[in-house]
Write a protein that binds this ligand. Sequence first.
Ligand SMILES: NC(=O)c1ccc[n+]([C@@H]2O[C@H](COP(=O)([O-])OP(=O)(O)OC[C@H]3O[C@@H](n4cnc5c(N)ncnc54)[C@H](OP(=O)(O)O)[C@@H]3O)[C@@H](O)[C@H]2O)c1
Length: 252
Amino acid sequence: MTQRFTGKVALVTGGGSGIGRAVARALATEGATVVVAGRDAASLDETVKLIEADNGTAAAVTADVTVAEQVESLVTTVVDRFGALDVAVNNAGVLGRPAPLADLDETVWHSVIDTNLTGVYLSMKYEIARMRGRGGAIVNIASNIGAHGRRPGLGAYAAAKAAVSTLTRNAALEYIGEGIRINAVSPGPSDTAMSLHPGETPQDRADRLAGALPIGRVGALEEIASAVLWLAADESGFTVGHDLVVDGGATA
Ligand SMILES: NC(=O)c1ccc[n+]([C@@H]2O[C@H](COP(=O)([O-])OP(=O)(O)OC[C@H]3O[C@@H](n4cnc5c(N)ncnc54)[C@H](OP(=O)(O)O)[C@@H]3O)[C@@H](O)[C@H]2O)c1
């Protein structure tokens, strides 16, 4: 097994489940000390246990990415406790209850924009502050829905994710001169519980979504994680401001 992250400290927001947990586990397997953050302490602790069971090093910090003070305190905790922040994966996100625009409740709009867009802005703001002077790599999790900019019923989500891609490119240009490399991964439908319909199991969801994908199946979490790790690793050192779409051909 390659150890691309030995000696590195990584932060993964939304690390208590789904893609974030898979990314956290993969980073730890490759030698990183990983801090997972989210709102629910129990799911974060479960990720830490899984990493420790694989002989990795991890810690959990509860934080809401929509609250500036909590994000600042999260990043400060990472640096105080582990000495640096080398890699940040801004993955926390919510789908929001689907509705066409005129029926979209304002509270849903604000929650989706606050988490998926403002959360990435706040995370990058405090991460970059700690990476300045020593460099680092940031990978934001956008979505293939943002990459092609449309999904009826999910306007807030699509708009937020498209904006994450744009913000990623912009910030990448602002900070590459300081050795901070910023990129994004835009997953397509992946094997998580993110958009379960009422009464649906994760397997039902995977079967429902698979039919609409050229590859005929949803993405495995490890497949999304490996794209994230490539962008976070030195081997992608010449890749800057890229949005890597990993979606089984959905937007090909
Ligand atoms: N699954 C897919 O098909 C798919 C496709 C494209 C893109 N994505 C993106 O991939 C990312 C991960 O999604 P997932 O599929 O793994 O779903 P998930 O299992 O629901 O993960 C989302 C994570 O975000 C955290 N989170 C939500 N709001 C937060 C907040 N305000 N502060 C801190 N953490 C927060 C959640 O933890 P807490 O509830 O404990 O806070 C949870 O761990 C999201 O950005 C999503 O939009 C997913």
